[in-house]
Design a protein around this ligand. Structure first.
Ligand code: ZN
Length: 231
């Protein structure tokens, strides 16, 4: 949702909402600097946001930026500072005398890789040990990933053969990603109940009054959520 706002909805937010948006980003950057979880996601988000801001600031006068232009320049500088901080982020070595990921048997490591839905996660995990690298280069793994995200018709249009004459599924995955949106997957998704007309998190549920609650549910993607505010 934050990424979609960065890409296209920034100017439709009210002044207060924009302020909140930047406050949330500030909290996320602090949290990532602290616990070092998922820096890639926030890096991507800041990249999108800084490109949008650059375009908006350049087009000042023509576009509708709420507030003083200096505030926006100041915000852009803050984003650049955050990006710098994240770039300099050093991962702490985990000191742990117990079992580690590499102690798991090969088939279990393989199972973990097959659970990933994001190609970059597979590549990152493959950089941890030579064994994981070997597993992360598996053609079948990348083939499965392509089949999960894209329809057969889509990959038939962009076949990339490798030197040995096979299809290079890994390259295909990254090429297809440029042409088609990948399947969205979230830990928890917002749902809308048509019977009660309320939004709720799937994990928490809601006290539904419908006789068959499951037939009234509809998952709400981030884009769909933004569309709810368009009249
Ligand atoms: Zn309900």
């Amino acid at each position: 949702l934050l990424q979609l706002i960065a890409k296209s909805q920034l100017t439709s937010l009210s002044g207060a909402a924009q302020k909140n948006y930047f406050n949330i980003l500030d909290k996320i950057v602090r949290k990532v600097m602290e616990d070092q979880y998922n820096p890639r996601l926030i890096k991507d988000l800041l990249q999108d946001l800084s490109s949008t801001l650059c375009i908006l600031i350049r087009g000042v006068g023509k576009s509708v930026l709420v507030g003083n232009i200096n505030i926006w320049i100041c915000r852009l500088e803050t984003i650049l500072l955050w990006q710098q901080q994240l770039k300099n982020l050093q991962m702490n070595k985990q000191v742990n005398n117990g079992l580690t990921l590499s102690d798991l048997p090969l088939h279990m490591l393989n199972n973990i890789l097959y659970k990933f839905s994001d190609g970059w996660d597979i590549i990152t995990l493959g950089q941890v040990t030579p064994t994981l690298y070997m597993l992360s280069e598996d053609r079948q793994l990348w083939k499965k990933l392509c089949q999960y995200h894209f329809a057969e018709k889509q990959f038939c249009r962009h076949l990339i053969p490798s030197e040995e004459g096979h299809i290079d599924w890994k390259l295909m995955y990254f090429a297809l990603q440029k042409y088609y949106p990948i399947k969205e997957q979230y830990g928890d998704t917002l749902h809308f109940c048509r019977h009660c007309s309320i939004l709720f998190w799937k994990d928490t549920g809601h006290p539904c009054t419908a006789s068959d609650p499951n037939t009234c549910l509809m998952p709400v993607s981030p884009q769909h959520f933004i569309d709810l505010f368009k009249f």
